[in-house]
Every structure is written in C-alpha cells, then in structure tokens.
Design a protein around this ligand. Structure first.
Ligand code: TMP
Length: 206
C-alpha cells in the first residue's frame, strides 16, 4: 500500500510479447470480482482517450528510444490522473496490462535508455505510486517468437529480433529479483490450464 490516498489495490501484468498474459485477464477479473470488489481493467500504453492515441504512435511509428520513453510516461501521467488514482481512491482494484516495469524492460533493458533517466521520470510522474503486486509471465524467447509468428499482424515491438527479446527477458527477470516483494514470476511455458492454476494460487495471496 502506498502513502497516498489509496483504498484499493494496484495489480500489474508484465511479460514479453507472446508470453500470454492477456489470455488470463478475464480469469483475474473474475477472481477479484468474486471478492465483491470493483475491478478496473486497463492497459498501457493506453487506458485513456489520449493514451490510446499515443499508443497508436508508439506501436507503429519508429522513433528515438528516449522519445519513446517520454511518450510512454506522457501516456502514463494521463492514465494515473484520470484512471488509476481515482479508482484506487474509491477502493477499486486496478488491473493494468503493463506499467512502468515494461519501460524498464523495453526502453532500458532492450533499447539502452539509462535507468537513471527512467527513474527520474518514474519519480516525477508517479510520485510514490507503485504496483502492490506484479504478475510476470515468463517464457523462453523461442516460445515467445513462435507464438508471435502465429498471431495477428505484428506491431513494431513484436517484429524485433531474438537478441532484443533475450535482453527483454533478462531485464524483466532482473526487475523481478530486485523487487521480489512485489513480483510473482509465472512459468508461462505450459498449457493454459496449468498457467491458470498458477494464476489462481498467486491471486489467492494478493
Ligand atoms: P501489449 O502488446 O502488451 O499491449 O503492449 C504494447 C507494446 O508496448 C508491447 O510490445 C510493449 C510495449 N511497451 C513498451 O515498450 N514500454 C512500456 O512502457 C509499455 C507500457 C509498453
């Protein structure tokens, strides 16, 4: 729980493209709603009208990695002010498909933006807002790439090479090791049924 006016909980989902996190969103919503709490399901980049416009640029336009970082945080500022904070303040559980750990993994880990710059933006934009819990869906790089090949038309990030994905995976695992009180790592390299069991067990502790 953060120091701010927060009655609800802030839960985030992370993982490489193709790790399968989005598949489990309906189950997580159902598990939370069965507790009788309000659930606000949202995503980044996006989650607001302006954020979704920025998402379209971010996913399809090529740009400098620092421009990308700044736009991610611009969308995040809007998302926090209009969706995340008001929801948490009224006691809702906010479930966000990605948040700042994705910036550390993609823009810092895979694209080389200095972590100190991301940290500065994190402090500026979020103040003391941090996820209460993060579910990291982890799969080996070859699996992620294989799953993406059979998916819809790939966006800019999904077209990156194996080396990029390997850096991404390592960056996520490092974030998880450094923030083990928040992260729950899920081995997502198994059937959806088995991953669902893991998700249920973790959600029972949050
Ligand atoms: P999605 O496909 O999971 O909805 O995520 C959209 C893409 O945006 C995904 O490839 C990861 C990327 N992304 C970043 O690079 N940095 C960020 O901070 C966020 C939130 C997403």
């Amino acid at each position: 729980m953060n120091n701010r006016e927060q009655k609800g909980k802030f839960i985030t989902l992370e993982g490489m493209d193709g790790a399968g996190k989005s598949t489990h969103i309906p189950l997580i919503i159902e598990l939370l709603e069965s507790r009788g709490v309000e659930v606000v399901s949202t995503r980044e980049p996006g989650g607001t009208v302006l954020g979704e416009k920025l998402r379209a640029l971010l996913l399809h336009e090529s740009m400098h990695a620092e421009t990308e970082t700044l736009l991610m945080f611009a969308a995040r500022r809007e998302h926090i002010a209009n969706v995340i904070e008001p929801s948490l303040a009224r006691g809702a559980y906010v479930l966000s498909d990605r948040f700042t750990d994705a910036t550390y993994a993609y823009q810092c880990g895979a694209k080389g933006v200095l972590p100190s710059k991301i940290k500065q933006l994190e402090t500026w934009v979020q103040d003391d807002l941090r996820p209460d819990a993060t579910l990291l869906f982890d799969v080996p790089v070859e699996i992620s790439i294989q799953r993406l090949r059979s998916a819809r038309e790939p966006d800019k990030f999904e077209r990156e090479n194996a080396q990029f994905f390997e850096k991404l995976r390592q960056a996520y695992l490092k974030r998880a090791a450094e923030n083990s009180h928040i992260f729950h790592i899920i081995d997502a390299n198994q059937s959806i049924d088995k991953v669902e069991v893991l998700v249920k067990n973790i959600m029972a502790t949050i």
